[in-house]
Design a protein around this ligand. Structure first.
Ligand code: DGJ
Length: 730
């Protein structure tokens, strides 16, 4: 039993692998948070809640001057009934008031984990992998029921949370805010880690002291965004990669979100995460339910590295789905940076054929194959092949490539419409817009209104028409702008603030339908590079194009930051041309290979223009990657040196049984008369002896991890080594 309810003290004790989470129904039925941290055998109220009369913290029903919600650590707090901190939810009644008061009504504990209707979520395959608690809170005055759901995974330090709001009353209510989780820690002094960025600079790591007052990360862009990722961690000041406590929260959602942290007058820290309440409301009619997305809570007592490895394991096997989940992913060649929009059948065949010679397994035809798309000004929505470029059609090309022994993949941007397209001319009201207002474009395009069922249905059919008639085994699903003038022609005025969330729900339905109609297709999501790298997307598509910035040096930070939460197998990483198209930097093919091989490897350059020497290098890289692929894609990941902290970066991958490993070290700039370098490895078995294949040297794991290994001096900027380790003595 990993969820225990003590009837006398009305305490719930949830235990995951090495985690305990405790809460209590206190007087008047409020649900208090007591503990989240390292596993304890039994909770006996050593930190029981203490009460004191605090000035200006008023008292609800009890008339007890020492009892105020303002000073209580809570699980799902309201505003307006004595707590002045940011609430987890807010409901507006028909009379305009926004006061609700939730009290414990009942609870249920059961094995397994239920699905979330219409939303992506982590899952179990067997009931005994997890246990779920549903606590029902109610406000009888307005017949509102709120079901707070917790699932604990037995073999991982994971607790998931989500909330359902049910209107059992006779009148409609408006949900103004419904966070997925809230925790009030009875302490302050945390540091907060978030992932910020921009197009071509995604998921850089920000670590700041949490100050008194409110600080938050949000997206108001309609997608989870390049700018902030739906992830926050609270950590101790001394938490490092391999030591200290880390509390991670990641929202399984691809739209507008808010994660906020508030330190209050009594040095308590409140963390709340969910759909962004900004520009949001949801009309809940009698009998209707609103389901929030899921928040994934990971606790680590052993630093950020362990937190990341927990997220990786969970997402690899309890979030990603489909036949590619546990399969090694194909090495691909994508033509985008090779040709952009300017290609024809012959050119594509040449690149593919060269790719085949070099050992690459999948050819991906990127943007520009449909409508009359010679640049980004037209044709999105017109998903039929451009015969000017591909006179023999798509399937001919696909079959040709497949006959050579390579798979064929195709790019789509299904959520978009160009003003210059037949689809837009036919259905000008099918885009997100506000009547009589300008329709601002981004990359010359508008966003299809996926809050409307008929729009989603049409796109499902248009995609299916191509996918069912072409020999395709891979799709790159792109999305290249953020939302403006958010409104829908399909919704009444009182529901206009539902559009952004309904869009995401529509998108999830489309992806569910398309991916289940074509289970043999490997889907990779993309949004101008890594603008929608979130667990919501990973539920449908098990890999993501990480960034449009393919420069190896920029990628060190991007991939390092991404790895904080997302599994290596999901991180699309390509070797591209030099000088690099985004930052104009020239780096060796060697380091470009080592960086891309530290993720899900692909190539994105004109292979037909490679010199003989470079072709030989690519052949070696491809063969090498095939040998280490399962270690990189399914092994445990250890970050050793951070590109955010110095000139050197190092990381390694270790198989679960610790029999094999891949170690990689990068130096950005050469330095005159530089000191000798040696690096302590991580994650190995101290008692096993490993051969470092490339050096032909053997050491016990304890020596490599405690003494360290010398890194050879290579002259010049942008250098790297990648070594394989194999157990030679168990
Ligand atoms: C943005 C993507 O991130 C690129 O890889 C490429 O597919 C372009 N879109 C195509 O328009």
């Amino acid at each position: 039993m990993s969820i225990i309810f003590n009837k006398e003290s009305k305490t719930f004790h949830l235990t995951a692998k090495n985690t305990s989470y405790v809460m209590q129904i206190i007087k008047d039925g409020y649900l208090a948070h007591l503990y989240w941290g390292k596993k304890i055998k039994e909770y006996n109220h050593s930190n029981q809640i203490r009460y004191r009369d605090r000035g200006f913290s008023p008292n609800p029903v009890t008339k007890d001057r020492t009892f105020s919600l303002d000073t209580l650590p809570q699980e799902y707090p309201a505003f307006g009934i004595t707590d002045f901190r940011k609430p987890a939810y807010q409901i507006q009644l028909e009379d305009g008031s926004t006061i609700t008061d939730l009290r414990y009504e009942s609870h249920e504990i059961f094995p397994g984990k239920p699905r979330l209707e219409g939303l992506p979520a982590t899952y179990t395959e067997k009931e005994d992998e997890a246990e779920t608690l549903e606590v029902t809170m109610a406000d009888p005055l307005i017949s509102l029921r709120v079901i707070i759901r917790y699932t604990v995974f037995h073999h991982l330090d994971v607790i998931t949370r989500s909330v359902q709001l049910v209107n059992d009353g006779k009148r409609s209510v408006k949900v103004l805010k419904a966070a997925s989780m809230n925790i009030d820690f009875r302490k302050s002094g945390f540091e907060m880690i978030s992932l910020y960025g921009a197009h071509e600079r995604e998921r850089f790591i920000e670590r700041t002291a949490v100050r008194r007052g409110v600080q938050s990360i949000e997206s108001r862009r309609g997608t989870s965004s390049h700018q902030q990722n739906p992830f926050l961690a609270l950590v101790g000041k001394d938490t490092k990669e391999h030591s200290g406590e880390a509390y991670g929260i990641n929202l399984v959602y691809s739209g507008n979100f808010e994660g906020s942290v508030e330190v209050d007058q009594l040095e308590m820290t409140r963390i709340t995460f969910g759909i962004n309440p900004f520009d949001f409301s949801w009309l809940l009619n009698p009998g209707e339910t609103f389901q929030t997305p899921e928040a994934v809570l990971v606790y680590s007592a052993n630093g950020l590295g362990e937190m990341s490895r927990t997220y990786h394991s969970l997402y690899r096997s309890h979030l990603c789905r489909g036949m590619y989940r546990d399969k090694e992913r194909p090495i691909l060649i994508n033509n985008w940076e090779a040709t952009y929009f300017h290609f024809n059948e012959e050119k594509i065949k040449e690149i593919a054929s060269k790719g085949k010679d070099l050992g690459i397994e999948l050819f991906v035809l990127d943007d520009g194959w449909f409508g009359k798309r010679d640049d980004d000004r037209s044709s999105l929505g017109d998903w039929h092949v451009d015969r000017r470029k591909l006179p023999n059609g798509l399937n001919h090309l696909a079959e040709h490539i497949r006959s050579q022994g390579m798979e064929f993949g195709l790019w789509f941007e299904p959520e978009m419409v160009s003003e210059d397209s037949d689809l837009y001319r036919e259905h000008p009201d099918w885009c997100i817009h506000v009547p009589q207002r300008r329709r601002s474009t981004g990359r010359h395009q508008l966003i299809l209104d996926f809050s409307r069922k008929e729009v989603c249905d049409e796109i499902i059919e248009r995609l299916s028409a191509i996918l069912s008639t072409t020999s395709i085994t891979y799709v790159k699903w792109d999305m290249n702008r953020h939302m403006t003038e958010v409104g829908s022609a399909g919704l009444p005025p009182e529901r206009q603030r539902e559009v952004a969330h309904r869009y995401v729900l529509g998108l999830y339905r489309v992806m569910e339908e398309v991916t289940s109609r074509f289970p043999h297709i490997l889907f990779e999501s993309c949004s101008g590079g890594g603008g929608r790298f979130d667990p919501g997307m990973l539920y449908y598509m098990p890999q993501t194009w990480t960034s449009d910035n393919t420069d190896a040096i920029s990628r060190l930070k991007i991939q390092y930051g991404t790895s904080l939460v997302y599994p290596i197998i999901s991180i699309g990483a390509h070797v591209s041309d030099v000088p690099n198209h985004q930052v104009n930097r020239t780096t060796s093919l060697n380091i470009r290979g080592h960086v891309a091989m530290s993720g899900n490897l692909g190539y994105e350059l004109d292979l037909t223009k490679l010199s003989e020497e470079d072709q030989q290098t690519v052949i070696k890289q491809v063969n090498h990657y095939k040998e280490i692929r399962s270690i990189v894609q399914f092994g445990d990941f250890y970050r050793i040196l951070s590109p955010f902290e110095g000139n050197d970066t190092a990381w390694m991958f270790v198989t679960k049984d610790k029999q094999e490993s891949v170690f990689t070290h990068f130096t950005i700039l050469d330095e005159g008369n530089s000191p000798f370098k040696s690096v302590k490895m991580q994650g190995l078995d101290p008692n096993k002896k490993y051969l470092i294949v490339e050096l032909d040297e053997s050491y016990y794991g304890d020596e490599l991890m405690n003494v360290g290994i010398n890194i050879p001096k290579v002259q010049g900027d942008f250098t790297s080594v990648m070594w394989r380790l194999r157990v030679v003595e168990n």
